[in-house]
Design a protein around this ligand. Structure first.
Ligand code: URA
Length: 255
């Protein structure tokens, strides 16, 4: 047997093992991002490891993302040009915080400040969110995870469009799968609809527990809405207190 054939056999076997894992509902075995990329179906440029092409159609869609770690996923996303938002962005805003956070906040998409900084929620809305996390919950930003539905700023701060959300939401879902938090807090309509469906009505349905992939999810108002409607802060505080109880934080009665 030629060396090339032998290598092909070995990797073909490994692919079979990975697929068997997936067939019984397990994630792939813990291989490094590099190895998974090496084994990925898109080996058309690799003359030795063109494993699947002969028998099965390629599926390079982001619904089939392999990387199990947040870092691996960031690498997979790369210098993304999957939707038109890349044309006007300064930085892709991936998300930040603890990879083992109990609580993940999901916003809509970066604004001007976030686009410039490459970090989520650092502008006016971000300052309010930080206050909620630090003063309200007694946590730090580093202890939670903060990310968005779309990773690049929509021009003029418009809402992200359907095609942009569809291109980016697989990455949000993979981030959530990787972190597997105890609670997800969706900030505003866009985040809620991305995870709960387009029928979700934020004004009617905020403050009531929902779930995403068996993870409890609390829908609440976006901090930008609170800046425009300060009286809604009371409702958000009620939602935040429910989250705190759920993740085992002490809620001070006069808080
Ligand atoms: N608004 C969002 O939804 N996300 C950010 O990161 C900043 C503002």
């Amino acid at each position: 047997m030629k060396v090339e054939e032998e290598i092909r056999d070995i990797f073909s076997h490994m692919r079979g093992v990975i697929e068997a894992y997936q067939d019984i509902g397990l994630g792939p075995p813990p291989l490094s991002a590099d190895t998974l990329r090496f084994l990925s179906p898109d080996q058309s440029t690799n003359p030795v490891l063109n494993i699947r092409n002969a028998t099965q159609p390629e599926d390079n869609s982001d619904q089939q993302i392999h990387p199990a770690s947040l870092e691996g996923l960031r690498e997979h996303i790369g210098n993304c040009e999957r939707c038109k938002l890349h044309q006007s962005r300064t930085h892709l805003v991936y998300g930040e915080g603890s990879p083992v956070a109990k609580l993940v906040f999901v916003g809509e998409g970066p604004g001007v400040d976030e686009d410039l900084a490459g970090r989520p929620f650092v502008g006016k809305s971000g300052k309010l969110l930080t206050k909620i996390i630090e003063k309200g919950m007694g946590l730090t930003r580093e202890e939670v995870y903060i990310c968005n539905v779309v990773k690049c700023q929509p021009p003029k701060n418009r809402d992200p469009e359907k095609d942009e959300i569809e291109a980016c939401v697989p990455f949000l879902k993979k981030q959530l799968q990787s972190i597997n938090p105890e609670v997800i807090c969706c900030l505003g309509r866009v985040a809620c609809q991305a995870l709960l469906g387009s029928g979700f009505k934020i004004t009617l349905e905020r403050g009531k527990w929902r779930s995403y992939e068996d993870i409890p999810l609390m829908p609440t108002f976006h901090p930008a809405y609170l800046l425009r409607n300060p009286s809604a802060k009371r409702q958000v505080w009620e939602d935040v207190k429910m989250i705190m109880k759920r993740i085992g934080l002490e809620v001070k009665t006069n808080g």
